[in-house]
Design a protein around this ligand. Structure first.
Ligand code: NG1
Ligand code: ZN
Length: 543
């Protein structure tokens, strides 16, 4: 490794003195104009991580559901997973090193990780459609080449496509071909098989309206359309030709405002869904005959998928454990419904997909979703082997058929990370196989009314939590106050936690009625404001 070259290149991507940032749940996120040095340095770090793991590492340039002016970067580990926590620390140190300290920090990491500089390094790079992404991904490439790493630029891809590619490259093609085309072929083949299996049960000609948040999802869906069978007709909206990325549209907007995105007209009962800006989240929705908007979020998706898999496991006679992993934001009704129906563990993890992913890996089959629509299903190697073996060799027709459906589901789901395209196809296949309308799916359980609010405080780190973020340990008195407020309200639940991606404290409350949920959320916000150093105006009641 030639640190002289690094110094020379780094001068072209110099860090503005004093600027500091942290590698959080979604990597680095900031205004695009502040990110050039971070990108260059993440190129450097990806080379080190690649040498350490002797595998291909991914670098994705995106700020997901955040505004067009923002950007961000995250590293993808060998199996398509999020970066290991100890390396998140290296990332933060490297990104924050002032220019004269950069080489020292770099060699510290090499030393701590006992890196063999002789190993080759290979990095794959992808980016979303933001106007800043092209230039910033070039800065990543400069970082990679400055440290002598090799790279392949996959250009415009969805975040999950890059995760998929990383996993394929490191498993020597076992997971699929390491190209975007390979991704389309793998998913569409599995989807077509499932739709064939469904066709024996009904005539399935479904029409789905998709809001792509004016992001990369639109481009990639258009590319994928020709691989999809005629029985699924998709109509793409907010494809980026006119609208602004994530502006009044996309999964995050729909979930937060509980209303349809602009640019998508809905007639009664029509099935619609929204991706987020980098296509790793999805939510579904429809309007009922009374014109009321119904959202089917990550909890509803987890419920649909996990009950479907559970039924198939029962049919196959396989004794594999199925668990569902949620976060504290999961609606109480969904948790209750799941506990009653899947008859397996329903667990709560800390916010951030890496925590859910990690927990899901403990089971034969782990379904995980955040309420905001980010999630997937993980099958252990043993589970996958057993299912594939049964699909091939089972004599009993009914059992073999169930095993085949499970096998195709395994191939359709992107096991590396939540994936809007893959999740959408899984959902469509399940609805077809079970002959369900979106309304019937929605009727599985009724969401308990809830409210999410934000409170600004001087330093959100004063709030420390435990029990998968459901209880506050500090500041003193806050949890006692929340407990007392919850006790006053029927069917209530509330918690607070510092956001990992925004400088705010998030408040969540649910109760028997919307009014009670709103009041509870407001009162908890006031408690945070008073006890955790609120700044600015006192929180106002929800109107
Ligand atoms: P924070 O800002 O830590 O609440 C948000 C989402 C997470 C996750 C991350 C990364 C909520 C309440 N929080 O985290 O679920 O997706 O962003 O994008 O939706
Ligand atoms: Zn995203």
């Amino acid at each position: 490794m030639d640190f002289g070259t690094v110094a020379k290149y780094s001068a072209l991507h110099a860090k503005p003195p004093g600027l500091s940032s942290q590698y959080g749940t979604a990597g680095f996120r900031s205004k695009a104009e502040n990110l050039d040095h971070t990108m260059f340095r993440m190129g450097l770090l990806a080379v080190l991580r690649s040498k350490k793991t002797q595998s291909t590492i991914g670098v994705m340039v995106t700020a997901s559901h955040n505004p067009e002016e923002d950007n961000g970067v995250k590293l993808i580990d060998p199996l398509g997973e999020m970066l290991a926590p100890s390396w998140e620390e290296h990332a933060t140190c490297l990104a924050n090193a002032e220019e004269p300290e950069l080489l020292t920090v770099l060699s510290d990491i090499c030393q701590k990780e006992a890196l063999d500089s002789q190993h080759d390094a290979f990095v794959v790079i992808g980016r979303d459609t933001r106007s800043s992404s092209k230039k910033l991904s070039q800065s990543v490439i400069d970082g990679v080449t400055a440290l002598g790493g090799q790279f392949r630029d996959y250009g415009l891809v969805t975040t999950p496509q890059l995760h998929y590619v990383v996993c394929c490259r490191n498993t020597h093609g076992n997971y699929g071909r390491a190209t975007v085309e390979g991704y389309y072929q793998k998913l569409s083949k599995a989807f077509m098989e499932l739709m064939k299996q469904a066709a024996t049960q009904r005539d399935c000609h479904v029409c789905l309206k998709i809001d792509c948040a004016n992001g990369i999802g639109a481009l990639k869906l258009k590319e994928m359309e020709r691989y999809l069978p005629g029985c699924l007709r998709i109509h793409i909206f907010n494809d980026g030709l006119n609208g602004k990325l994530n502006h009044l549209c996309g999964a995050d907007f729909v979930k937060e405002h509980q209303k349809p995105p602009v640019g998508l007209e809905m007639t009664t009962g029509e099935r619609c869904c929204s991706f987020d800006g980098d296509a790793d989240r999805i939510v579904y929705y429809y309007n009922d005959a009374a014109g009321r908007f119904h959202l089917l979020d990550g909890d509803k998706i987890a419920t649909l998928i996990s009950t479907f898999i559970k039924e198939l496991l029962v049919k196959t006679g396989q004794t594999l454990t199925l668990a569902v992993i949620q976060t504290a934001y999961a609606n109480g009704s969904s948790t209750r419904y799941l506990e009653e129906t899947i008859k397996g563990p329903v667990q709560c993890a800390k916010t951030g997909v890496k925590h859910l992913h990690h927990k899901a890996k403990e089971f034969d089959v782990g379904v995980y979703f955040e309420a905001n629509g980010h999630g997937t299903v993980l099958f252990s190697k043993t589970a996958e082997m057993k299912i594939r073996h049964q699909a091939e060799n089972e004599k009993d027709n009914r059992k073999r058929e169930a095993a085949k459906i499970l096998e195709n589901t395994i191939d359709l789901i992107n096991q590396t990370v939540g994936d809007a395209i893959s999740d959408m196809l899984v959902i469509e296949a399940i609805l077809a196989l079970k002959n369900l309308t979106v309304q019937q799916w929605d009727a599985m359980y009724t969401d308990r009314p809830n409210r999410q609010l934000k409170v600004k405080v001087a330093d959100r780190r004063v709030i420390d939590t435990t029990d998968a973020e459901r209880r506050a340990v500090t500041p003193p008195g806050l949890q006692e106050k929340i407990d007392a407020l919850v006790k006053k309200t029927t069917w209530a639940r509330a918690f607070v936690r510092p956001s990992g991606t925004e400088d705010v404290v998030r408040v969540y409350a649910e109760a028997d009625t919307q009014e009670n949920a709103d009041n509870l959320a407001h009162e908890v916000s006031l408690a945070v404001y008073c006890l955790a150093g609120g700044v600015g105006e006192e929180p106002k009641p929800v109107v």
